[in-house]
Design a protein around this ligand. Structure first.
Ligand code: PRX
Length: 633
C-alpha cells in the first residue's frame, strides 16, 4: 500500500483502528492464498489466543517466489556481496531463486524432512541461507535460525528446546579477517542433541571438517542428486494460516532464551505490508539491509518482507569495517543502493572513523535511510542524515521487536514527519498505549510510561515454543489485556513516540538483545566465581556495555587472567557477543535483607553516577557499597 501524504496516513490509520478486520483483509488480499480465510481475527490477550486469517490456506513461498515468475522472473531477487571484495558477487533472479529453493526443498525431503519438523539453521550470510529458510517454508518445516555468533552450548539449548531433527550449516564462515568453524561448533553442540539425525553442510570456507557417516552430508552432493532426479520443481505444501512458520530464540529478563513463534499467514501479511509501507519501496529500487539473517530483522526485512513485495534485496556477508571502514559506502556506490537500513551501532562505529572513509564514495543513489534495533542518539542521527543522506533522505527509525514480527512505530519514508531520536507515529493497525507502574493507561500527550500494545496485529508472536504459559507470563500478565513490550517510552506533545530503552533486565548491546540473568549464569559457571551481578552502562559505540560485578574470593591473584578466564567462560556458554566489557571484583553484592540484589545501585555505579545512590539503609551490609564505589572501573 502506498500512503501518499501525511493526511492520507491519518485517514488510513483511523480506518485501521476503527475497522481493523476490514483493513487487514484489504491488505491480505494483495497476497497469494490457496483459500481465503473464514474469519479475519479471533483473539484474547488473557490466554493469550490470537488467530489471524483462520481457515485460510497458503504457502508463504508462493507470495515470495511463484507469483513473481511471470512478471519479474528476471529481476534480481538477491544481490550478494561477499566478505572479501575481490571475490565475485552474485546476482540471483526471482526465477533462479525459485529453482534453487525448489531444489533444496527436494534435498530436505530426500533427507527425511516433513511438514512440522523443526530444522536448525546455523550458516554464514550467503544466499544459501535465504534459500534454506525458504526451502523449509516450501515444505512446511519450521526453521529455527541460530545467529553465527552463538556458542555450541547456546545452539544445543535451542536444538533441544525445539527438538530439531535436521541441522543446516556450512564448513565455516568469513567475518572480516576471521574464519569461524561453524561445522565444528555444530559438532560440539550435537554431542548433546540426540534428536538430530541429519546435518547438511554447505561448502564456503574449505575449512577441514569431520563428516560423520550416516549423519552428515554435503549440500552440493545432495543438490546433484536432485538434479539427476530433475528436481527443479517442488510443489509447495499447503499450510493453515496459523501453522508455525518459524521459531526464533530471544533473550528475556529471566531464564534461558525463549523460542518466539511466528505463523504463516499473519507474518507474511505483516512483513510484506510494513516493508512496503515504511520504505515506500518502488519497483526499481535496490534495497540493502545490513542485518544478519540470524536475527529477526534479517528474517523479516532481508528475506520475507522484501521478497513478497518483489524487491531486490542486497545481502552482505561481511562486516562494515572490513577491509576498511568505507566498506558499506563502497557497497552503496557499487550497486547504486537506494534504500539503506542499518543499526545505530554501525552508524556510531563508522562515524568514529571521521570523514576519510567517505571520500570519493558516490552515495547519490540513496533516497531513503532506516535505523533499527536500539535508540539512535541525536549525534548519530544527524551524522547519518548529513554525511550519508546529504540531507535528502528521510530516516525511518523503526521500533519493533522479535516478538512483533515487523515494524510497529516508525516514520513512513517521505510521508510522515521526522524527529531525530523519535521512532515517531504508530504504523496503521498498531495501537500503542503508555501505562504507569500500576498498569493504568496514561492518556494525553507529553507523558512517559511503559509501552504496551492494546490490540493484536497480524505479525505478533502466538506463543513461546513448548511453553505457552511462559508467553502469557512474559508478555500478557504484567498488565491485564495488554501486550507488554518491556520498553520505556515517551509520547511528546504532538503524540510522537520516543523509545527510552528497556525497563527490565534485558540489555541491548550493539543492537543484540542479551538477558543479564543469562550472562550472570554464564559467569557463575566459572570455577572460582561465587556470585555475580550484571548491569548495562552507556557505551559510546555499542549503545550499552556489559558491566559485571563478580564475587570471586579464591582466585589466584592475577586479576587480569581471571578476567580473561571469565570472558572465555561467557564466550563458551553464550557466545562472544555476551562477553562483559568490564569486570569488577567485589567482596559482596549490595543485597536487601531478603537477599535481593539492589541492581539500581549497581547500575548507578556502572554509569559512574555515584553522587546520589538513594536510600541504602535497607541493605544487609551498606558498607559494601563504599567498597564497590571505590573500586569502580
Ligand atoms: O528495546 C527495544 C530495542 O530493541 C528491543 C527488541 O530487540 P530485538 O527483539 O532483538 O529486535 C531488534 C530488532 C527489531 C526493543 O524492545 N529497539 C528496537 N528497535 C528500536 C529499539 N529501541 C529504540 N529504537 C528503535 N528503533
Amino acid at each position: 500500500m502506498k500512503i501518499t501524504s501525511f493526511d492520507h496516513y491519518k485517514d488510513v490509520y483511523k480506518h485501521s483502528i476503527e475497522q481493523p478486520e476490514e483493513f487487514w483483509a484489504g491488505i491480505a488480499d494483495t497476497f497469494v492464498w490457496r483459500k481465503k480465510w473464514d474469519k479475519v481475527l479471533n483473539w484474547n490477550f488473557k490466554e493469550p489466543n490470537i488467530k489471524w486469517f483462520e481457515g485460510a490456506k497458503l504457502n508463504i513461498t508462493e507470495s515470495c517466489l511463484d507469483r513473481h515468475l511471470d512478471t519479474i522472473g528476471d529481476k534480481a531477487a538477491i544481490i550478494w556481496e561477499p566478505n572479501d571484495p575481490s571475490e565475485d558477487h552474485r546476482i540471483i533472479t526471482y526465477r533462479q531463486l525459485y529453482e534453487k529453493v525448489c531444489q533444496f526443498a527436494n534435498v530436505l525431503k530426500n533427507n527425511g524432512a516433513k511438514k512440522g519438523d523443526r530444522i536448525c539453521i546455523y550458516m554464514p550470510m550467503v544466499p544459501e541461507l535465504a534459500i534454506a529458510l525458504l526451502a523449509c517454508a516450501r515444505i512446511g518445516a519450521i526453521h529455527s535460525v541460530v545467529f553465527g555468533g552463538f556458542s555450541a552450548q547456546s545452539i544445543a539449548d535451542r536444538i533441544q528446546d525445539a527438538e530439531c531433527n535436521i541441522v543446516i550449516t556450512s564448513d565455516g564462515s568469513f567475518r572480516g579477517n576471521k574464519e569461524v568453524p561453524l561445522k565444528s561448533i555444530i559438532d560440539d553442540a550435537l554431542v548433546r542433541c540426540p534428536s538430530v539425525k541429519r546435518v547438511i553442510v554447505l561448502t564456503r570456507t574449505r575449512t577441514p571438517v569431520a563428516m560423520i557417516k550416516g549423519r552428515d552430508v554435503w549440500w552440493e552432493d545432495e543438490i546433484r542428486k536432485v538434479e539427476t532426479q530433475g528436481g527443479k520443481v517442488c510443489e509447495a505444501e499447503e499450510m493453515d494460516a496459523e501453522d508455525m512458520l518459524f521459531i526464533l530464540y530471544t533473550s528475556g529478563s529471566t531464564g534461558k532464551p525463549k523460542g518466539v513463534v511466528h505463523t504463516c499467514g499473519g507474518y507474511m501479511v505483516y512483513t510484506g505490508f510494513t516493508f512496503d509501507t515504511t520504505f515506500q519501496y518502488q519497483p526499481e529500487e535496490i534495497y540493502f539491509c545490513t542485518a544478519d539473517i540470524g536475527w529477526i530483522t534479517g528474517h523479516s526485512y532481508i528475506v520475507y518482507g522484501p521478497l513478497s513485495q518483489g524487491a531486490t534485496s542486497l545481502m552482505f556477508e561481511g562486516i562494515p569495517t572490513y577491509p576498511s571502514p568505507g566498506r558499506l559506502w563502497d557497497i552503496v556506490d557499487k550497486y547504486k543502493v537506494n534504500i539503506l537500513y542499518t543499526a545505530p551501532t554501525a552508524i556510531r562505529s563508522l562515524m568514529s572513523f571521521g570523514d576519510d572513509p567517505l571520500k570519493q564514495k558516490d552515495l547519490s543513489s540513496l533516497t531513503k535511510l532506516g535505523s533499527v534495533g536500539e535508540p539512535i542518539n541525536e549525534e548519530a542521527w544527524h551524522w547519518f542524515d548529513e554525511k550519508i543522506g546529504h540531507g535528502n533522505c528521510p530516516i525511518v527509525d523503526t521500533w519493533w521487536q522479535t516478538e512483533n514480527g515487523g515494524h510497529m512505530i516508525s516514520a513512513i519514508a517521505g510521508v510522515t514527519p521526522l524527529k531525530p531520536s523519535y521512532a515517531g507515529l504508530p504504523l496503521p493497525g498498531v495501537q500503542p498505549v503508555l501505562v504507569d507502574e500500576k498498569g493504568a493507561i496514561i492518556e494525553g500527550n507529553g507523558v512517559s510510561g511503559n509501552l504496551c500494545i492494546k490490540f493484536p496485529w497480524p505479525g505478533m508472536l502466538r506463543t513461546t515454543y513448548g511453553d505457552h504459559e511462559r508467553c502469557r507470563q512474559t508478555y500478557f500478565a504484567t498488565y491485564p489485556d495488554l501486550y507488554f513490550t518491556g520498553d520505556g517510552c515517551l509520547r511528546d506533545d504532538e503524540g510522537y513516540y520516543r523509545i527510552t530503552g528497556r525497563v527490565d533486565d534485558v540489555l541491548n548491546v550493539s543492537g543484540h538483545r542479551i538477558g543479564t540473568a543469562e550472562v550472570e549464569n554464564a559467569i557463575n559457571m566459572h570455577s572460582t566465581v561465587v556470585e555475580s551481578a550484571v548491569v548495562g552502562y552507556p557505551h559510546d559505540i555499542k549503545g550499552q556495555g556489559v558491566y559485571a560485578f563478580v564475587v570471586c574470593p579464591n582466585q589466584h591473584g592475577d586479576d587480569e587472567l581471571t578476567r580473561k578466564d571469565i570472558m572465555m567462560t561467557v564466550a563458551r556458554i553464550i557466545g562472544a557477543i555476551a562477553k562483559p566489557d568490564k569486570i569488577q571484583f567485589v567482596t559482596g553484592l549490595p543485597k536487601t535483607r531478603s537477599g535481593k540484589i539492589m541492581r539500581r545501585i549497581l547500575r548507578k555505579i556502572a554509569e559512574g553516577d555515584t553522587s546520589n545512590l538513594g536510600d541504602i539503609s535497607t541493605l544487609l551490609d551498606p558498607a559494601v557499597v563504599e567498597e564497590i564505589k571505590a573500586g569502580a572501573l
